[in-house]
Ligand binder design. Structure first.
Ligand SMILES: [Zn+2]
Length: 342
């Protein structure tokens, strides 16, 4: 696997705690941009080229995760969820607590089924009834290693499935961050292009809001992940996106509560893909939004496109995507930007 992609997937950064990812983004973007800085909010902004038109590319750095809420007198950690996490995926997960004193390993535990009543076993255990075991014998010992407010990520290192599919913890949206770097590397242009690695997307598209206000772009493009429908249990009517089917061009998010891509932008994306023979799929989403939802209604309205990489098991501890779709996303982004610049 590409070393940079692997590093991005394995780095920890829940919403509001993106520092480690931001360091990598700054370092990599500096190699291919003229100016890189972090704004007040924590977004990393890289600028390349000088031209009248301003183009903004956005990919969020944050991942879903947990946060320590309470340490019990027995030394177990209780937590809140940060971002959209299904309680059913939590039990038994290995986690890493990002403590000021270093990384601490833990396991999410619950009362075992042998000791539960039959009716309780039919329901998923609520996250409030789960706890993290760090092996501490009591609260004092636990507090020497972790603190209330520490971020928690899943301990799921990335790996390759069958040579072509990549599995990892924070695929949503480090794959977008990776694409952002590759686009900036390859782009040579006569406009001012801003690549923004945004913060706090998973909890309300916040970094996209502040950064797009600052930049006030003429055109924006958000890079993110979307749910593939090519696994058992998903009807074609729910999602027809397939891994390896190409980059997903979004038409509408969250049944209109998210971005509604304008006809001009939609046509631009589709025509560009056709012209350059880049494999694509059309994405109409009933649920889920991206940074684009915030950018496109900033200021007086900003023409905004969304390109996504189809993913299996989005927001689970391990998601899966196809490298071919990542390549299509990078290629199409570059061609779209070149066309917008004219
Ligand atoms: Zn995302």
């Amino acid at each position: 696997m590409d070393k940079l992609l692997q590093t991005l997937l394995d780095t920890a950064g829940i919403s509001g705690y993106e520092k480690e990812v931001a360091q990598i983004m700054k370092k990599e973007l500096k190699k291919c941009s003229e100016n890189v800085f972090e704004d007040n909010f924590g977004n990393v902004i890289a600028q390349k080229g000088k031209g009248k038109k301003k183009i903004m590319l956005a990919a969020h750095m944050d991942e879903i995760g947990l946060l320590v809420k309470h340490i019990s007198k027995e030394g177990f950690l209780y937590f809140i969820k940060v971002g959209g996490i299904d309680d059913r995926i939590l039990l038994g997960q290995r986690v890493i607590i990002k403590s000021a004193k270093g990384d601490v390993k833990g396991v999410i535990g619950a009362k075992p089924p042998h000791l539960s009543k039959e009716e309780d076993r039919k329901n998923a255990i609520k996250y409030t009834d789960l706890f993290i075991d760090i092996g501490a014998k009591d609260k004092d010992e636990a507090q020497k290693r972790v603190s209330v407010g520490d971020a928690i990520v899943f301990d799921c290192p990335s790996f390759v499935l069958n040579g072509q599919l990549i599995c990892g913890k924070a695929v949503d949206n480090r794959v977008g961050c990776y694409a952002l770097i590759k686009i900036m590397e390859k782009l040579s242009c006569s406009a001012t292009v801003y690549a923004v690695a945004t913060v706090q997307e998973e909890v309300g598209l916040k970094g996209a809001r502040t950064s797009s206000f600052r930049i006030a772009p003429d055109f924006a493009l958000a890079l993110d992940t979307t749910s593939a429908g090519d696994t058992p249990g998903i009807k074609e009517t729910e999602s027809s996106l397939k891994l390896g089917g190409g980059v997903a061009i979004t038409i509408m998010e969250a049944a209109g509560r998210g971005v509604i891509v304008s006809e001009n932008v939609r046509n631009l994306c589709i025509e560009t893909a056709k012209k350059h023979k880049i494999k694509y799929q059309i994405d109409v989403l009933e649920g889920g939004m991206t940074d684009a939802a915030m950018i496109y209604m900033n200021r007086e309205g900003i023409p905004t496109a969304v390109l996504s990489i189809p993913c299996r098991y989005v927001h689970a501890p391990t998601a899966v995507f196809d490298l071919q779709d990542l390549r299509s996303a990078i290629d199409l982004s570059i061609k779209i930007i070149e066309r917008v610049i004219g």
